[in-house]
Every structure is written in structure tokens, then in C-alpha cells.
Design a protein around this ligand. Structure first.
Ligand code: ATP
Ligand code: MG
Length: 408
């Protein structure tokens, strides 16, 4: 069987859909070569609540992506989210015995920064260096080789409940997949949607999915704050179902087709037709009435994001404003409403810096899936080989072709 070392698969297990994205790496650049999606049924607010249903969705999405890319997928980079996620900043320090920073010192200082007390039921998902300080010189990204007597590290630590992480591993394993790495979903989304300038000047990544709203704040080129709120687009759909007395499925369709989160963008006399529960004939109503149901819920979500930004202490450091992604920001009027609420520039974030099927994934819906691939690519070792445990997929089409040629 021919093995390919340059394919990376991102598996986004979301509340509403599971999505597998296959990326091919050529000289550092990533081409998207396969994508598969399947509605999710085993998650609630970003967390697995039914292993079997989740496994079924994963299998379908992975199979579809594998067929498109012509490969058998055996290992994936996958994401984690949910209200259990906590992010905190920490600091460590070591003395430099040889008057110079070596790789081993960097490892030691990160370990010392990581030595915060983690409760028994939580595990560390990420330890991301923000900056290193050699003696009194701050803002160093690559300290190896520098002279000094003291090395300090500032890091961002992300933890989650052990059971939530284990459930993801279990679902992937039962689907026949190894997990190369588990990545916080907003970090994956930011990998796909943010520019280096935005990270440097200060930016808030907001990913509004179906069951969660994920937040990641960057400043000075590094991550400063992460948080996951257990609220998303599904709440808007529920409000529509109740407000218009229509089934959830219809409410979802109506939201996607006619929804608008900013009432003043809707013409006063615009009407739409919606099916009524128990009624045969659809009823006609003003589109503005639908907008009046959506807008307060969208405002509620965005105000919760605002509170998180205030809590982070970085409100004054987000010069680049907000980049909004996730399926719910496809909704008309979301950026306009957000600009009003935050009084900052807002843009929709679609996956960037990719080739191949980029038009297929050119939507906020795919930010996490593509971001997981890009994250995997970044964790390549610099000589082009994979960090152990991260070899991803095995090309089978070529193998099958070769096999047929040999026999016939
Ligand atoms: N065109 C659209 N207009 C309005 N809403 C949309 C549109 N497309 C998708 N959505 C909404 O986006 C949400 C799903 O987004 P996404 O696919 O990012 O979620 P997810 O990754 O499955 O969930 P989560 O990240 O919360 O676990 C749903 O609530 C859906 O109704
Ligand atoms: Mg998502």
C-alpha cells in the first residue's frame, strides 16, 4: 500500500454537522483535495452526548472526504469545544546555567509555566507560548541562542474536562481513526481566517456555530484569551419555531432563506410564506416579524461575547476589531448588528491561504475544518517529515490502480 506523507485531515465534529477536510501539502502550501459533511446528531452545545450517533456522522463525513480525495483516512486532527473549556495565562522561569538559551531551557521554562494546579477531572489541551523574556528583554518569540542568565515564558493554557476529551477520542477511535492532535475549535478557526496583521494589532475571533459561540482574542501576535459559550444558532432556530408556531425543521429553512439579524435592513412591506403547525396552508407574514424574532436573540449572543471581551481585560487592545465566522454568521445583518454593538470594525471570516477546492470551502461554515488542516500543517517538523504520531492518510487509489495493473 502506497503511503503519502503530505496529506492532512481535519475533522470538525460540530453540534449541527460533522465535516472532514483533506488537505494536500506541497512545499508548505495547502491544497484542499477532499471534503465530506454529514449532519451531527450526537452532540449538544458542542459536547458528545451520544457516541453511536456521533460515530455514524464521523464515518459518513470521513468516507465522503476520502472518496473525493482518493485516499483512506486513518488519522485526523480534530477539535474540542463546549462550555467546560477554560483558558488562563501563566508564567514560568528558569535560570540559564550556560549563559545561553538552549532548546532544553525552552522546554523546561514551558513545563514550569504549565505547573499550575489542574483539578483531577480536567486535562490540559494546549500550552501556547505567548512570549519569552530573556533577562529583562520582553517580546521574544524565538529565544534559542540568546545570551542571558534568566529565561521567562508567558503561556496561554487551555483546559477541558477529561471526560469530554475522552468522548471525542472514543468516537474517533470507534470510527477507525487515530487522533493526531486535539485542538480547541476557536484556535483552529482562527488559523483559517485571521491575518498576521490582525493578530499583531489585536483581534477577536468569534465563531458562532449551532450550539456554541467560540471566542479567541489575539494581541501582539499571540493568543491572550479563549472561551466557549454554550449558545449558538440553534437558539435562534428554536425562537423562530416557537414565535411562528412552525416545526423546527421549517424554522431552520425559514431562517436560512429569509432570516435577517438587523431589522432596519428589511423592507417594511416584504412578506414571506411559512408553514403553520397543524395547518394545511402556509401563512403569509411580514419578513420584519421574522427579523423581530431573530434580532433580540442575535443581540443576546453578541452581548455575551461583549461581556467576555470585557472579562478578558483586552477591550482596549483590539484595534482590528472582530472577525466573525461559523455557520450562524452567514445570516444577513450579523456584521451590521455586531458593528453597532461593539463599535468596532467587523468582517466575516472565510478560510484563507489555501488552494485546490477553495471555492467549495469558501464559507464561514468550513473555518474550523480547514483550520484544523492548517494547524496540522503548522505542526509539521521543519524538514518536511511529520512529528511522530501525526502521519495521516494512506493513498489507496494509486495502490488499487497498481494492484489491478499487476494482475491484469
Ligand atoms: N445561510 C444561513 N443563514 C443563517 N444561518 C445559517 C446559515 N447556514 C448555516 N446557518 C446556521 O449555522 C449554524 C451551524 O453552524 P456551524 O456549521 O458552524 O455549526 P457547528 O460547527 O455544527 O456547531 P458548533 O460549532 O456550535 O458545535 C446552524 O445554527 C445553522 O442554522
Ligand atoms: Mg463549529
Amino acid at each position: 500500500m502506497k503511503k503519502s506523507n503530505n496529506l492532512i485531515v481535519g475533522l470538525d465534529i460540530g453540534t449541527t454537522k460533522t465535516c472532514a477536510v483533506v488537505g494536500e501539502v506541497n512545499e508548505g502550501a495547502v491544497d484542499i483535495v477532499g471534503i465530506g459533511t454529514c449532519p451531527s446528531q450526537g452532540l449538544r452545545k458542542g459536547m458528545v452526548i451520544n457516541v453511536e450517533n456521533t460515530v455514524n456522522s464521523i464515518r459518513k463525513a470521513v468516507e465522503e472526504a476520502g472518496l473525493m480525495a482518493g485516499c483512506e483516512i486513518t488519522s485526523v486532527y480534530t477539535g474540542i469545544a463546549g462550555g467546560h473549556i477554560q483558558g488562563l495565562n501563566s508564567q514560568g522561569m528558569v535560570t540559564l546555567k550556560n549563559g545561553e538559551v538552549f532548546d532544553s531551557d525552552v522546554k523546561k521554562v514551558i513545563e514550569s509555566a504549565k505547573a499550575v494546579v489542574t483539578p483531577w477531572d480536567r486535562e490540559v489541551i494546549h500550552v501556547i507560548p505567548q512570549e519569552f523574556i530573556v533577562d529583562d528583554q520582553c517580546g521574544i518569540q524565538e529565544p534559542v541562542g540568546m545570551s542571558g542568565v534568566r529565561l521567562e515564558a508567558k503561556v496561554h493554557i487551555v483546559t477541558g474536562t477529561t471526560t469530554s476529551a475522552q468522548n471525542i477520542y472514543r468516537c474517533a477511535n470507534r470510527s477507525g481513526l487515530d487522533v493526531a492532535d486535539l485542538i480547541l475549535q476557536p484556535l483552529a478557526s482562527s488559523e483559517a481566517t485571521l491575518t498576521p496583521d490582525e493578530r499583531e494589532l489585536g483581534v477577536v475571533l468569534v465563531d458562532i456555530g449551532g450550539g456554541t459561540t467560540d471566542i479567541a482574542i489575539f494581541h501582539g501576535g499571540s493568543i491572550k484569551y479563549t472561551s466557549v459559550l454554550p449558545i449558538g444558532g440553534n437558539h435562534i432556530t428554536h425562537d423562530i419555531a416557537i414565535g411562528l408556531r412552525t416545526p423546527i425543521k421549517e424554522a431552520e429553512k425559514i431562517k436560512k432563506q429569509y432570516g435577517c439579524a438587523y431589522s432596519s435592513l428589511i423592507n417594511n412591506d416584504e412578506t414571506i410564506k411559512v408553514p403553520d403547525i397543524g395547518e394545511r396552508k402556509p401563512k403569509s407574514l411580514l419578513r420584519r416579524t421574522l427579523g423581530d424574532i431573530i434580532m433580540p436573540r442575535a443581540e443576546e449572543i453578541l452581548n455575551l461575547v461583549k461581556l467576555e471581551i470585557a472579562k478578558s481585560g483586552y477591550s482596549d487592545f483590539i484595534t482590528s476589531g472582530l472577525v466573525m465566522t461559523g455557520g450562524s454568521v452567514v445570516l444577513e445583518g450579523i456584521p451590521e448588528l455586531a458593528e453597532d454593538i461593539f463599535n468596532l470594525p467587523v468582517r466575516r471570516g472565510c478560510p484563507m491561504d489555501i488552494g485546490g477546492l477553495k471555492d467549495v470551502v469558501n464559507s464561514p461554515v468550513y473555518a474550523t475544518g480547514v483550520g484544523l488542516v492548517l494547524w496540522g500543517n503548522k505542526n509539521h517538523s521543519s524538514n518536511g517529515t511529520r512529528i511522530p504520531g501525526t502521519t495521516i492518510v494512506t493513498r489507496t487509489i494509486n495502490w488499487i490502480k497498481g494492484w489491478f495493473e499487476e494482475i491484469f
